[in-house]
Every structure is written in structure tokens, then in C-alpha cells.
Write a protein that binds this ligand. Structure first.
Ligand code: GLV
Ligand code: MN
Ligand code: MN
Length: 420
């Protein structure tokens, strides 16, 4: 292990009596505050393999090197920084650096920054972990570019077919295979990675809380209990593109009408299912001119129902969309883009971490995470840090510096405990 932290890096890494340590998680987040700012939408737009996300990967690799970690990128674009020889039984922590369009500063980067800070704190405490320890940055957690959330962890675990993943397209028509090649990966090697998966003994992801749970509980930190089932569906309505002035209303087949009816049906039908969440956050008419009746409208549905009710809700929404399309003489195709079952994190690990952290509460979430993709394969856990706005996937997402440091300290204790 190289002792990084040359004189040139002293702004970032200080030497303490125990060895190298990293800046606080808040200071790390401040370092990346200008990367990927979205001047049009507000917040951050950092998408897998784009300029901002690659800059963040570089920032991560620099800090990992200064901590003496050895960094490698796996066949699916996930980055691993190792303390000790990579091998089975490793304790792994981390999160992601990509964002939703116009997202907040904490969703993803908080987990990565806290992991670096925690490793720095462990280094400063001295000693070497009895197990290999790694920080991982997963690729395309939000699905903000290629549409499938947690793409890097799904590929790692085989939860998505490799060929299907290679053929995913971003809004510009670039395939995941092409973007991966441009980022230096071999597209032929994209796919399940049993060796990388087999090294993970335990996975812990720290994440900003994405709702009001910890405000209501009055606690800065919680341990994750469950993640509700969630999926994405793409509805394409096809009508007849035409002139907005020259086409009488009676002569139109306007796909915007069934799309609008579907948006309303999503809210109405979801309201009838206990605890369901269903959202249309993206609607794209083509060609998209003010004086042009659209020829097609693509509408993306995000649906999440605790337990097993997601497909039944989507079936009802699909029936409403088909009826609205028929009324306007339009065609409809519906394609599922992703789907994940409800996940309960490992009972034993949850109880162990809750006890270690002094009895912090457990929290269920409606947000998806890489930890939930890993959970069926390896014991996995999550730590949440309070978000005083209760807002996420928006610029208002926040965590107070004191809570950020409490989260990083909790992660440090958890990693130290797991590495024994
Ligand atoms: C990711 O945060 C999601 O839940 O969509
Ligand atoms: Mn998110
Ligand atoms: Mn996230």
C-alpha cells in the first residue's frame, strides 16, 4: 500500500499521529460543489460517463490514492478502491456519483464522501483491517442517462441481461455499449461479474434520507429496513403529426390527448392503492413544435407499491391509457424498462448495526438503492442521514454539516466493527 499524500496534496490530506486522514465529508462535498451544475434546471446533472461524472470519478480516484487505496474499474464501469488485497469476505461501502437531471448535492455523493472520510478516520486510528475494505462507486444508479436505475449493480449481479444493457440508448441515441467504449471499457465484457460480487462479504451504503422520516423521528441517523418495489414503464402513443392551424379538431389523431389522460389516470388509480406512489416525471412529444400536432408522445411511468401490488396498478393504468388512445384513434405500445421487488435488508445485520449505533431507529424507504440490488446476494445494510427539507431529487435536498459528520462517524464505527 503506497503512502499517498505528497506535500502537493497537503491541502487535502493532513498527517495525524495515527497516519493519513481525509477531509470531513462536508469538506469533500464542498470540493465538488461546482462540478455538473445545471444552469438551466438548477441543481446538478451528472450522468454516467458524461464530462461531470468522469470528473467526479477522477476526484474520487485522487482521494482514494491519497488514502493509499488501489483503484480499479470493473467490466461494468463501477469503480473500486481497495485497502488490502481484493478478495472474498471484503467489507464494502460506497454509493454513486451520478444524479437525476437537476438533482441535489447529496444523493449519491454523500455516501461516497462519507466512505472516504470513514476510511481516512480508520487510517488515522491506526492498524490494518482484518478483512479487505473497499469503497465502491456504482455506475448509473439513477438511470438518468440510459433509463435503467442501478445499472452498474444490476450488471454486476446479473439482474439485467448484458445484451439488453449494451443496447440501451440515451436521449441522443448513443448506446450504453458506445458510451462504455468511449469511457475505456470493453463492451464485450459488460455483464455479470461473479468474481467482483464474490469478494463482497458485507455491503453498507450510507445515503441522504429522501423524505421526512428522520425529521419525524427526531434522529440524525437511521438504519434501513426495507425498500419498496419499484419499476419504470415507457408508454408510446402514436397518432398523426400535422399542422396546428390547418387541421380541424375533428380530423386529428393527437397523441398528446391520451398522454394527458394517462397522467391524470396515474394519480387517480394510484390514489386508490394504499401507500402506492406513481409518477409521470418525463413526457416527450415528437417532433415537439408549438405549431405542430405531435406524431408521437413518449411518457415514462415510475410506479412503486409496497408488497406485490405494482404490476396490478400498472395493468390498471395501461387499461386506462389504451382506452384513451382508442378514443383519439392513436396506437399505444407499453414497454417495461426496469422492475425490482420489495427488499428487506438483512435482519441480523440491521439489528447489529442498530445496536452498535446506540439504538438508532430503523427506516423504510420508497427510494431505490444499489444496496437493495445487492441485498439478495450478500448481507447488505443502509444508513440514512437526516434531510431537514424532506426534499430529494431536487436542488432543495440537504443535510446539515453536523448531521453529515454524525453519519460519517457512524459509518466509521460500522466499518471498524465489520472489519474485525
Ligand atoms: C433513486 O433514487 C430512485 O429511487 O429512483
Ligand atoms: Mn436518487
Ligand atoms: Mn441515490
Amino acid at each position: 500500500m503506497t503512502g499517498a499524500g505528497s506535500e502537493g496534496h497537503l491541502h487535502c490530506v493532513q498527517r495525524s499521529e495515527g497516519g493519513l486522514h481525509c477531509p470531513s465529508a462536508s469538506a469533500l462535498l464542498a470540493e465538488i460543489a461546482d462540478i455538473g451544475c445545471d444552469r438551466r434546471r438548477g441543481g446538478y446533472s451528472r450522468h454516467v460517463f458524461d464530462g461531470a461524472e468522469r470528473e467526479l470519478r477522477g476526484w474520487f480516484a485522487d482521494h482514494a490514492a491519497r488514502l493509499g487505496l488501489d483503484t480499479e474499474t470493473d467490466r461494468n464501469g463501477n469503480v473500486w478502491a481497495w485497502w488490502g488485497t481484493p478478495g472474498p469476505g471484503a467489507v464494502v461501502t460506497g454509493s454513486h456519483l451520478d444524479s437525476v437531471p437537476g438533482g441535489g448535492a447529496f444523493d449519491g455523493p454523500l455516501g461516497v464522501a462519507s466512505a472516504l472520510t470513514a476510511v481516512g478516520a480508520l487510517r488515522a486510528r491506526g492498524g490494518t483491517p482484518a478483512r479487505p475494505l473497499a469503497v465502491v462507486v456504482f455506475a448509473e444508479e439513477e438511470g438518468g442517462r440510459f433509463g435503467v436505475p442501478c445499472l452498474g449493480s444490476r450488471l454486476l449481479t446479473g439482474a439485467i441481461d448484458a445484451e439488453a444493457a449494451r443496447n440501451l440508448r440515451d436521449p441522443e441515441g448513443v448506446t450504453f455499449a458506445e458510451a462504455a467504449r468511449a469511457a475505456g471499457l470493453d463492451p464485450a465484457r459488460i455483464g455479470p461479474d461473479p468474481e467482483a460480487l464474490g469478494r463482497i462479504g458485507t455491503f453498507v451504503e450510507l445515503h441522504v434520507e429522501q423524505g421526512r422520516g428522520l425529521i419525524d423521528l427526531g434522529s440524525p441517523v437511521a438504519v434501513g429496513s426495507t425498500v419498496i418495489a419499484h419499476g419504470r414503464w415507457r408508454f408510446t402513443f402514436t397518432g398523426q403529426g400535422n399542422h396546428a392551424g390547418a387541421t380541424p379538431l375533428s380530423d386529428r389523431r393527437d397523441p398528446m390527448l391520451p398522454a394527458a389522460a394517462t397522467v391524470a389516470a396515474v394519480r387517480r388509480l394510484a390514489a386508490g392503492v394504499p401507500d402506492a406512489r406513481a409518477t409521470v416525471g418525463r413526457l416527450v412529444p415528437s417532433p415537439g413544435g408549438t405549431n405542430v400536432i405531435a406524431s408521437t408522445v413518449d411518457l415514462w411511468l415510475d410506479a412503486r407499491v409496497p408488497g406485490g401490488g405494482t404490476q396490478a396498478l400498472v395493468d390498471d393504468i395501461t387499461a386506462a391509457a389504451r382506452a384513451a388512445a382508442a378514443d383519439e384513434g392513436c396506437a399505444l405500445t407499453v414497454r417495461q424498462e426496469s422492475c425490482s421487488d420489495t427488499v428487506a435488508f438483512d435482519d441480523r445485520l440491521r439489528a447489529e448495526l442498530g445496536g452498535l449505533l446506540g439504538g438508532v431507529p430503523e427506516l423504510a424507504t420508497g427510494a431505490g438503492h444499489d444496496a437493495a440490488i445487492l441485498a439478495p446476494h450478500v448481507p447488505s445494510a443502509m444508513l440514512y442521514v437526516r434531510n431537514p427539507t424532506g426534499v430529494s431529487h431536487a436542488p432543495e435536498e440537504h443535510a446539515e454539516p453536523a448531521d453529515v459528520e454524525r453519519g460519517a462517524a457512524a459509518l466509521t464505527d460500522v466499518l471498524e466493527h465489520l472489519c474485525r
